[in-house]
Design a protein around this ligand. Structure first.
Ligand code: TYD
Length: 219
């Protein structure tokens, strides 16, 4: 049995990772390929807890009686634990069955979000990298690059409550970080795609990146 391809889709909040994960699944499935889509935080037990922290449903009490979201280092540990659980319980079994796995976010998100919220110092980044040392590498990572104003507009347009990383200044720093994220993953195949154009243009560029990874000619 040939293992499935493992593909991660990454970018800031509002870059379109969720939409394009769905569109890519549709495109690959239409060609008869078995595809499984998933996301991080995952839908497993640790990922479910993380989602409650992101939305403010699960908070920690402070000394002065107020409540806050857990700190960046707690989050970094939980995201890494969720990732290894996600791999073991969901990603690897599918790949072994020959299924292509598309994940909406992976450890690039940890290096970006937890490093920046942790202050961005080199030793902080190195620690987050160490936590993710045993995370299997994707065969292909697609980073959707979108300017901060467009990503912000998309975040505002979508319904739902604000999450803890929904902060314009943080998202601007993340945009810059993602542009240079390849430096932290020297052995990965990372393709940057402009996510600011039409849905169709971006969808086509993503499909071509996947075709190239599969050794197929571009459309
Ligand atoms: P989610 O609601 O899935 O956002 P989106 O649909 O826009 O991708 O929440 C994921 C949030 O978690 C997002 O703000 C990025 C953050 N995150 C991290 O901080 N570290 C990580 O390792 C991962 C996987 C996500």
């Amino acid at each position: 049995m040939i293992e499935g391809l493992f593909i991660a889709i990454e970018g800031v909040d509002g870059a379109g990772t969720t939409t394009h994960t769905k569109l890519l699944k549709r495109g690959l499935s239409a060609r008869g390929l078995p595809v499984h889509t998933t996301r991080e935080p995952s839908d497993g037990p640790i990922g479910t807890m993380i989602r409650q922290m992101l939305s403010g449903r699960l908070i920690v009490p402070t000394m002065h009686g107020g409540m806050k979201a857990p700190g960046w280092s707690t989050m970094a540990l939980l995201f890494a634990a969720d990732r290894l659980d996600h791999l073991e319980a969901e990603i690897v079994p599918n790949l072994m069955d020959g299924v292509t796995v598309l994940t909406d976010r992976y450890d690039h998100s940890s290096i970006a979000y937890q490093s920046i919220t942790g202050g961005g110092a080199q030793d902080t980044i190195a620690w987050v990298e160490a936590l993710n040392k045993y995370a299997r590498r994707p065969d292909l990572t697609i980073v959707l690059d979108v300017p901060p104003d467009i990503a912000r507009q998309r975040r505002m347009d979508r319904s739902g409550k604000r999450e803890i990383f929904d902060d314009d200044q943080l998202q601007e720093r993340l945009t810059k970080f993602y542009l240079e994220i390849d430096a932290y993953f020297p052995n990965d195949t990372i393709v940057h795609i402009d996510g600011s154009g039409s849905l169709e243009e971006t969808e086509r560029a993503i499909m071509n990146a996947v075709r190239e990874a599969r050794g197929e000619p571009a459309l």
